[in-house]
Design a protein around this ligand. Structure first.
Ligand code: CP3
Length: 335
């Protein structure tokens, strides 16, 4: 039988909502912090054995319905000729960002060879988790990847990339298209190596105007989802009030951040499956509060086509007991 997560992503009624958490394998888990003493972030994601061990930490703690491969959206920068590293206290830093509008037409190297460690990781995960748990792959969306490639690092407002759109729209388009080509190939590769579900994280694309989003980003999302032969989820932050732009992407399920009322999203989106959307900060409250708020989300979302998740990633220092309360609340539902 298909995974619970896959069935919900297809819009089926499920006996309980499947549950997983974005960034579930990160710094809130003590064993992760220990492993990071031994390996740098890039060493960890490029060593399938270590990446598999990290991926499975939250599975051992909580038994979520999906394990999300331990990796990063920025891995595809390398086949496009960029190099990057993670700087503690800053975040990801791109060593050789785009130098200007003449530096955007990037052909890419052999994705499956350069990212072979991700294929190996997925194969390992499939051997480990068995039939009940879905293996979740992912990639960054073109806008979010381009944001790092242009700004050279985290940029809260994405001003450098939005400025490129304003001053050199054709260069902006070409850069997003370069990323789209890689992302498409990369997600196909993940599905070919055993990802049961894939999520596109175009986290920052919501900083564009609705018109720009529709003109530049939506067709690329459509091109990506069109090319994929497995259940898909799209996630973009700050899309409250324009969820139709996510629905039109062609993804099977629409990810919701916590600023969206999931009941209203349901009314707006009809039969389209939804994922989300507990505020990650709620996990710092006591487990009883977490249970109460999680039940509210499950009730509002209803029994069909809902994947329970947070509205964004787990924060570091999040208490393990609250994450456990979140997962257990979903698992206790019977309908
Ligand atoms: O649960 C999982 O294991 C998922 C794996 C995952 C990571 N990053 C691991 C990671 C996923 C799906 C991502 C996606 C990602 N990475 C996004 C899009 C989604 C989102 O959450 O917004 C973005 C924008 C990135 C870029 C990136 N890489 C950021 C912002 C950071 C955090 C930097 C920091 O110091 O806070 C990273 C590094 C990173 N990726 C870490 C993890 C666990 C932290 C590494 C560490 O310091 O231990």
């Amino acid at each position: 039988m298909d995974h619970l997560l896959v069935r919900a992503a297809r819009g089926e009624r499920t006996e309980r909502p499947p549950v997983w958490l974005m960034r579930q394998a990160g710094r809130h888990i003590p064993e992760y912090r220990d492993l990071r003493e031994e390996y740098s972030f890039l060493e960890a994601i490029k060593t399938p054995e270590v990446a598999a061990e990290i991926t499975l930490l939250p599975w051992e703690y909580y038994r979520p319905d999906g394990v999300v491969m331990f990796s990063d959206i920025l891995t595809v920068l390398e086949p496009l000729g960029f190099s990057y590293h993670i700087e503690s206290g800053v975040g990801p830093v791109v060593d050789d960002p785009v130098t200007g509008p003449d530096d955007v037409d990037r052909s890419h190297g052999d994705v499956t060879r350069e990212l072979d460690y991700v294929g190996e990781l997925l194969v390992r995960l499939n051997r480990r988790v068995g039939d009940e748990t879905a293996v979740i792959g992912f990639a960054g969306g073109p806008f979010t990847l381009a944001s790092y490639a242009v700004a050279g690092g985290p940029s809260r407002t994405n001003m450098p990339l939005r400025r490129l759109r304003a001053q050199h729209p054709e260069a902006f388009r070409t850069l997003l298209e370069s990323f789209t080509a890689v992302v498409k190939e990369y997600l196909q590769f993940q599905i070919g190596n055993g990802a049961d579900v894939v999520q596109l994280f175009d986290t920052y694309a919501g900083t564009l105007t609705p018109e720009d989003y529709r003109e530049f980003v939506l067709p690329l999302h459509q091109e990506i989802f069109d090319a994929l032969d497995a259940p898909t989820i799209v996630f973009v932050r700050r899309m409250n009030g324009r969820l139709d732009l996510l629905q039109e992407s062609g993804a099977d399920a629409v990810g919701l951040d916590w600023t969206v009322d999931i009941g209203e999203a349901r009314e707006q989106l009809g039969d389209t499956p939804v994922q989300g959307n507990l505020d990650p900060s709620y996990l710092f409250a006591d487990p009883e509060f977490v249970r109460e708020k999680t039940r509210e989300i499950i009730d509002k979302a209803g029994p069909e086509g809902h994947i329970l998740n947070l509205g964004h990633g787990v924060n570091k220092n999040t208490p393990v007991e609250s994450v456990r309360a979140f997962v257990e609340t979903a698992k206790e539902i019977q309908r």
